[in-house]
Unconditional design. Structure first.
Length: 335
C-alpha cells in the first residue's frame, strides 16, 4: 500500500441520522468527511507526546516484516511475516523470547496472521491451520483451539473469541462468536465477500475499557461488541471526492476506502485510502472532525497498528533491512 503523503484537510460535520444497515435502522453517529486538500493534520491536535523504543533482537536474530502486534503490561508481542512470534520488553526494547514452530505437528502452526492477549494468555490465529494457538505470557505452548472455518483476524472477548470468517455462508456469517473450546455460539452480518476490496487484514481493536470495535472488510460501518451482539455505532461517510481525477483508480465510492479505525476515550481515529493513506480524527465529545495526512515531525508516516492503554503504536524499519526496528508510541491526548 502506498503511504505517500497528500496534503489535505477536510471540514466535517457529524450528526445523528437513520439509514439502512443490514436491513436495520442505523441510529449511530455519522462522520461526514468532505473538503479540500490544502492543509496537513498536525499530530499535536490529538497526541500529547511521542515516545520511541529501539527493538533489540538477539545478535543472531532478524525480524521479518511486521504482521501484527499486541501489548500487555510492559511487553510487546509481535508476529512477523516470517512466521516468528517475538516478545519484547517495552521499557528496554530487549528481546525476551522468540518462537518459530511451523509445521503440522503438536504445538506447530502453518500461517499465523493475527495475535492478541488477555490477562493470562497470548493467542495466535493460524489462518491455514484453522486454529487458535494458546500460549502463556512467556510464549510457552499450552493448547490449540480448532476452528470450523478459515479466519484472518480475531479478538478475545470474556466468553471466547470474535473472528472474521473468510468463507461466510447463510448459516455461518461474516463475524463469528465462539467459546474457548471453539464451538460456534452465533454469527453476524453479511455473507458476501470481495477479497479484492479488502484494504487490510486487521479489523478488530479494543478501547481503554476493553470493549471490542470492528468494521467488516471494505465497510464504512464501525460496530461495537456488546452483550453478545454487534451494534453499529459509527458510520464513516465520504463526501465530495478529494481526488476526483483518480477516484476510479481506488474505489468507486468517491475514491475513498475505509482501512481501519481505533476508538479511544476521546476520539475515533480512522485510516482510509484516498489515493494516499489519510487519517480522520473525530472527537466524539465535541462532535468535531478533521482529516488529512498526519505531520508527525518524524521520518516515518503515521500508520499505527495497535492501541493499548491510551496510546497508538506503530513499528518502523529504520534502515529497510529488518534489523533495526523502532517502536513508536503516540500518547493520545486525554479528555
Amino acid at each position: 500500500m502506498n503511504n505517500k503523503i497528500l496534503v489535505c484537510i477536510f471540514t466535517c460535520s457529524t450528526f445523528f441520522a437513520g439509514c439502512a444497515v443490514n436491513n436495520q435502522t442505523f441510529n449511530g453517529t455519522i462522520i461526514n468527511i468532505s473538503g479540500d486538500k490544502n492543509t496537513e493534520l498536525l499530530i499535536d491536535s490529538f497526541v500529547t507526546s511521542i515516545d520511541s523504543t529501539l527493538l533489540q533482537p538477539n545478535a543472531i536474530e532478524h525480524m521479518g516484516e511486521v504482521q501484527d502486534m499486541c501489548l500487555s503490561d510492559s511487553n510487546a508481542y509481535i508476529l512477523d511475516k516470517a512466521n516468528s512470534i517475538w516478545k519484547f520488553n517495552l521499557n528496554t526494547g530487549f528481546q525476551e523470547k522468540k518462537i518459530k514452530k511451523t509445521g503440522h505437528g503438536h504445538g506447530e502452526y502453518i500461517n499465523p496472521t493475527s495475535i492478541c492477549v488477555d490477562h493470562d494468555n497470548v493467542y495466535v490465529l493460524d489462518f491455514q491451520g484453522c486454529s487458535i494457538m494458546v500460549y502463556d505470557k512467556n510464549l510457552d505452548y499450552k493448547n490449540r483451539i480448532r476452528l470450523e472455518f478459515p479466519s484472518i483476524d480475531f479478538a478475545k472477548v470474556p466468553d471466547g473469541f470474535l473472528l472474521c470468517n473468510m468463507n461466510p455462508t447463510k448459516n455461518l456469517k461474516r463475524i463469528v462468536h465462539i467459546n474457548e473450546k471453539g464451538s460456534v455460539i452465533n454469527s453476524f452480518l453479511s455473507m458476501e465477500m470481495k477479497e479484492e476490496s479488502m484494504m487490510t487484514d486487521r479489523i478488530f481493536s479494543k478501547d481503554d475499557n476493553g470493549s471490542v470495535f470492528f468494521a467488516e472488510p471494505a465497510s464504512n460501518i464501525i460496530y461495537k461488541w456488546e452483550n453478545g451482539d454487534v451494534l453499529p455505532v459509527y458510520s464513516v461517510e465520504f463526501g465530495k471526492a478529494t481526488n476526483e481525477k483518480n477516484a476510479s483508480k481506488v474505489n468507486p465510492l468517491h475514491g475513498n476506502m475505509h482501512i481501519r479505525s481505533f476508538v479511544t476515550s476521546q476520539y475515533v481515529i480512522t485510516l482510509y485510502l484516498s489515493e494516499f493513506v489519510l487519517t480522520n480524527v473525530y472527537n466524539y465529545q465535541k462532535a468535531t472532525s478533521v482529516s488529512g495526512p498526519v505531520n508527525t515531525r518524524l521520518r516515518h508516516p503515521f500508520f499505527p497498528i495497535a492501541y493499548y492503554n491510551g496510546a497508538l503504536y506503530g513499528i518502523y524499519d529504520i534502515q529497510n533491512d529488518n534489523k533495526n526496528m523502532i517502536l513508536i508510541k503516540y500518547n493520545i491526548r486525554p479528555e
